[in-house]
Design a binder for this molecule. Structure first.
Ligand SMILES: Nc1ncnc2c1ncn2[C@@H]1O[C@H](COP(=O)(O)OP(=O)(O)OP(=O)(O)O)[C@@H](O)[C@H]1O
Ligand SMILES: [Mg+2]
Length: 224
């Protein structure tokens, strides 16, 4: 469970990103974060993985109180959370397989475990045939799906996706969202920041709508 209690985030340059934000995301939910550019969507995701700290207020992810959390616990926290960043952060000189496998190698998994996990995640995103390709050989939609497979390696409890449909055409956007829906139905809590009104309106999930660092609505259903 993710809990924000009266969270404020002001950056050192004086920009206020979030104001007095309180909400909860329960286990197994699928939540869209929507709102205009600069509303604070990415800031919320960065706070959840403790890449940012709030200026005031409390954030809790399961047993972790993020304002008090120490180094080794941050590692534990991040193992629970798969992230698909807006800029993907794939390694250009590593194959699709290696990009997905990397975090598993770091965890000290055996070759057999890594091979099985990577094969399973690539199958889930429909990229089994591209395992040996390099990022430069893939389309934008395929790159997004590699990033999703990588985020799922290690079987996280949460998946955070920052505009995963931002740079792809409609057909690929739908493909990606269907994969995220399937992932959610397997029990993983999904939080997706998006500008895509059509997808939000069609999926009929919970929509947390932000404007200028405030939550202006929180309800199931449509974008607006
Ligand atoms: N490192 C930073 N330093 C200063 N201001 C920042 C920083 N990161 C974000 N901001 C500001 O915080 C506010 C919220 O930014 P954020 O990236 O969370 O918006 P967003 O909703 O994700 O926007 P977009 O839809 O364009 O991705 C904006 O005013 C932004 O300029
Ligand atoms: Mg953003």
């Amino acid at each position: 469970m993710i809990i924000f209690e009266k969270v404020n985030k002001k950056f050192p340059d004086g920009t206020t990103a979030l104001t007095n934000l309180s909400f909860e995301i329960g286990d197994g939910e699928f939540v869209f974060l929507v709102g205009p550019s600069g509303a604070g969507k990415t800031s919320i995701l960065r706070l959840i993985i403790r890449e940012l700290s709030p200026t005031s207020g409390q954030i809790t992810v399961d047993e972790h109180a993020l304002t008090k959390i120490s180094g080794s616990k941050i590692t534990q926290l991040r193992r629970k959370i798969g992230v698909v960043f807006q800029d993907l952060k794939l390694l250009a000189d590593r194959s699709v397989f290696e990009n997905v496998a990397l975090s598993l190698w770091v965890l000290g998994k055996t070759k057999k475990e890594v091979d099985e996990q990577v094969a399973e995640k690539l199958a889930l995103v429909g990229l089994s045939a591209k395992s040996d390709f390099f990022p430069a050989q893939l389309s934008g939609g395929e790159l997004q799906r590699v990033a999703i497979a990588r985020a799922l390696a290690g079987d996280p409890k949460y998946l955070l996706a920052d505009e995963p449909t931002g740079n792809v055409d409609d057909a690929n956007a739908w493909k990606i969202v269907k994969i995220l829906d399937k992932i959610n139905k397997s029990g993983i809590t999904v939080v997706m920041a998006t500008h895509n009104t059509e997808i939000v309106d069609t999926l009929n999930k919970r929509v947390l709508r932000l404007e200028d660092g405030h939550i202006i609505s929180d309800k199931k259903g449509k974008y607006h």
